[in-house]
Design a protein. Structure first.
Length: 422
């Protein structure tokens, strides 16, 4: 028995070693291609990739789809009006035409039934929330700008009394409506309401694969079990469900990414999204929380190995997507965020705004964003995890100031350039 056990352990080590070597080889091939032809933001590369996903993607080896019609829950279904708009946007970028962002996250409410230690909506005023009618107008403007995915956040979006009206307006505009929730309110009644309104995908945010720790981080006893029960209800109804989490230094060391992968398989969840812990909101000045490259490399294999596992789920690591060899920073180029009271920011983690939709059209704000010297750049890693960006902008936000903060008040270089132009 001892000899057999040693033999099996030896085979296991050899298998893991072989998988690691396979991952290194595929990563080397991919990066060599990017050096030769440019990263995927290169127009021809993006256009080719979009065509492959639409026409032969599900039949292509090594490409993991979240479900047959949707490569990732962060992209529109490949047979939809939204995808056609997404693909035209890629072509327009390549030809130098007018183009818009791919996605908008909208915080439809500031109300929340949790008190997270890492809350990214910290220090935001509770006053001035957009009405349902104003949100519908914002959705219309998003579609006019070329946006394809409208991702609903909060606060806790299920606390908004007219959530179904906003979702219907998103769908009527030919966009995809996705929802991020803490999962506490995923009752059969609410799931029916979301389904009837046309919500495409529900992302449930989990901070830990262990109930006690998750509830402590979210400040709500019993939240984990409520969220798991909600996921199970949604999956049993045939709805598209993803789990969203984040990796801190401690979580990487404890291998939480593997535990979340196993949890997705057990629950029948089709996509796992993993963010790096971004110092924002309540953690805004805690730069020491930013992961090192070595720590990111420790959990990157769960995405790079996923093509070997036919059981799924699909994995989307933001440290992979934000890599300068892949897409770089999403802010402005691919995504914008609109707070519950109308401020427009580069993403939901960036505590800097460029204007308010209650005061001027979204298109005017967007045009100002995309020509800003900081954001008029092709690619880089996540800005909110970049030391120089944080010194130049985030560290200059006054202590205790309401967030998001006006970017022009901390952006001396841009103000100087604007003054010279005048």
């Amino acid at each position: 028995m001892t000899e057999r056990k040693e033999r099996d352990e030896g085979k296991g080590r050899a298998g893991r070693s072989g998988r690691r070597e396979g991952v290194k080889l595929t990563r080397k091939i991919r990066r060599d291609m990017y050096r030769a032809f440019g990263p995927p933001t290169f127009p021809l590369f993006m256009a080719a990739g979009g065509w492959i996903l639409k026409n032969i993607g599900p039949r292509t080896p090594f490409i993991r789809f979240a479900r047959p019609d949707r490569f990732s829950y962060h992209l529109p279904p490949v047979k939809s009006r939204a995808y056609e708009r997404f693909y035209r946007n890629i072509i327009d970028r390549g030809l130098g035409r007018e183009w818009g962002p791919h996605a908008a996250t909208i915080a439809v409410t500031h109300e929340c039934n949790a008190s997270c230690v890492h809350c990214s909506a910290f220090r935001r005023s509770r006053d001035g929330s957009l009405t349902t009618g104003q949100w519908c107008e914002v959705v219309d403007q998003c579609a006019d700008l070329g946006i394809t995915d409208v991702i609903i956040t909060g606060g806790e979006p299920l606390l908004h009394p007219d959530l179904d009206i906003i979702i219907r307006r998103i769908v009527e505009n030919g966009c995809v409506a996705d929802l991020f929730t803490n999962g506490y309110l995923l009752s059969e009644e609410n799931l029916e309401r979301l389904s009837e309104a046309g919500c495409d995908t529900i992302f449930v945010s989990l901070d830990s694969p262990w109930a006690e720790e998750h509830d402590r981080l979210r400040g709500v006893p019993g939240l984990y079990q409520q969220a798991i029960a909600g996921i199970e209800r949604a999956v049993s109804r045939g709805m598209a469900v993803g789990i969203s989490t984040y990796m801190s230094r401690e979580k990487v060391q404890r291998g939480y990414h593997r535990h979340f992968l196993a949890l997705c398989k057990r629950l029948g969840v089709r996509e796992l999204t993993v963010f790096d812990l971004v110092p924002t909101g309540r953690c805004i000045k805690q730069d020491e929380l930013i992961l090192t490259d070595a720590e990111r490399e420790a959990f990157r294999p769960i995405q790079e190995e996923q093509w070997k596992d036919f059981r799924g789920p699909r994995v989307c690591l933001m440290c992979h997507v934000n890599d300068h060899h892949i897409m770089g920073c999403f802010g402005v180029k691919w995504q914008i965020h609109i707070t519950h009271n109308g401020f427009v920011t580069p993403c939901d983690f960036t505590p800097l705004h460029f204007g308010n939709v209650k005061e001027e059209p979204l298109r005017d704000i967007w045009r100002r964003m995309k020509v800003h010297p900081e954001y008029d750049r092709k690619t880089m890693t996540c800005r909110m995890q970049d030391a120089s960006f944080r010194r130049k902008y985030i560290h200059k936000i006054p202590e205790g100031a309401e967030l998001p903060f006006p970017i022009h008040l901390v952006d001396e270089e841009h103000r100087a350039a604007a003054g010279r132009a005048e």
